[in-house]
Design a protein around this ligand. Structure first.
Ligand SMILES: NC(=O)c1ccc[n+]([C@@H]2O[C@H](COP(=O)([O-])OP(=O)(O)OC[C@H]3O[C@@H](n4cnc5c(N)ncnc54)[C@H](O)[C@@H]3O)[C@@H](O)[C@H]2O)c1
Length: 321
């Protein structure tokens, strides 16, 4: 099976591509390489903007996975206008061309950010999604655009992912567990901005498994699915990261608790993904910390600006206009 992965050179893609190649899939990546190319040698890469992808680029492609766009709130806040172009218009355009080219399934990397600030109830996919901030709004717009193109032999699966964490060859240290790991290792301190805020956390390993399940699901399945390894408060994540590092390395990590207002707070049900796609998360926060420890020499230069999306984006933005 031939799969085109848009944004496949990013954090999730760089872990997913080798997993899929291992499973025998033929992978073509379309990516602007904002963060470089950390894909296995020999991976086919179309180095261009998704708006320049045409049906020719999609010839023979069975499925498309969309992992592109601006992938966090700071990037979206830095340039709300580019955010709406890259996160809302770009998936709409790519799904349109993919369907035209005869692609049979489109898998979209959405976000639980669409839920915004909720009332501490467990949200399923039918609960209100009313983010008031550029990233969450645009991820919902991208999702709505691609889901409405489903039908006539074109299956659309949208994942609303929790915050992903763990090691990828294209590393990010601006994601909840990874950020805490970094500051614990560098400064023996974890700063918790608001311990009561709920966040679904998704290990990168569970994320990759979810994409495999979606690719291999029966063709008549479409829909929106929350994807997470577990729901945690930020305070609990801090405790687990600290306790795991203290236990494994004999450290004495200090927790600094603040009470800063956050605009995202949500916990989600992932029963639909379990029941429909057989997506069963297996990696909790402790397992994520162990994964980071196992690979720590691969990102020992923890202040490298490439690990922080906003730092790269600030320097890129002028070229993107
Ligand atoms: N990482 C997370 O915690 C998380 C959580 C929820 C949702 N998501 C979504 O998952 C997707 C992947 O996240 P990630 O962490 O791997 O992101 P990332 O920022 O590491 O990678 C994004 C990749 O897309 C490429 N790209 C962006 N716009 C492009 C365009 N117009 N044309 C071609 N290439 C383009 C970039 O060069 C980069 O390689 C994103 O859509 C993000 O919104 C991520």
């Amino acid at each position: 099976m031939n799969i085109l992965i848009a944004g496949g050179a990013g954090y999730i893609g760089s872990a997913l591509v080798p997993r899929l190649q291992d499973r025998g899939y033929s992978i073509r990546v379309a990516d602007l390489l904002w963060f470089g190319n950390h894909l296995p040698a020999g991976t086919e890469v179309i180095h261009k903007d998704l708006f320049d992808i045409g049906t020719d680029d999609l010839k023979g492609v069975d499925q498309v996975i969309y992992l592109a766009g601006l992938s966090n709130d700071p990037m979206a806040e830095f340039s709300p206008s580019l955010n709406f172009v890259y996160n809302a218009a770009s998936p709409a355009y790519l799904a349109y061309v993919a369907k035209l080219a005869g692609v049979r399934r489109f898998i979209y990397a959405g976000s639980c950010s669409v839920y915004g600030y909720t009332v501490n109830e467990l949200y399923d996919e039918d609960a209100p999604a009313i983010s008031k901030h550029p990233y969450g709004i645009s991820k919902l717009q991208g999702e709505k655009a691609v889901i409405q193109m489903g039908g006539d032999g074109f299956s659309v699966i949208c994942f609303r992912q929790g915050t992903v964490s763990g090691y990828s060859p294209r590393m990010r240290l601006d994601l909840i567990v990874n950020t805490m790991f970094k500051s614990a290792m560098q400064r023996q301190e974890i700063v918790i901005n608001n311990p009561s805020i709920w966040r679904p956390v998704l290990s990168i390993d569970d994320a990759c498994n979810a994409y495999v399940r979606a690719i291999e699901a029966s063709e008549d399945i479409s829909g929106i699915f929350n994807i997470a390894s577990g729901n945690y408060t930020v305070g609990e994540v801090g405790d687990i990261v600290r306790n795991t590092l203290d236990g494994r390395l004999g450290m004495k990590v200090k927790l600094t608790i603040k009470h800063v207002q956050d605009y995202r707070n949500y916990k989600v049900s992932f029963e639909r993904a379990r029941n429909t796609l057989s997506i069963n998360p297996r990696h909790d926060v402790e397992a994520i910390v162990d994964d980071l420890l196992a690979h720590q020499e691969k990102f020992a230069d923890m202040d490298n600006p490439n690990y922080y999306n906003i730092k790269v984006f600030e320097t890129l933005k002028a070229k993107l206009k």
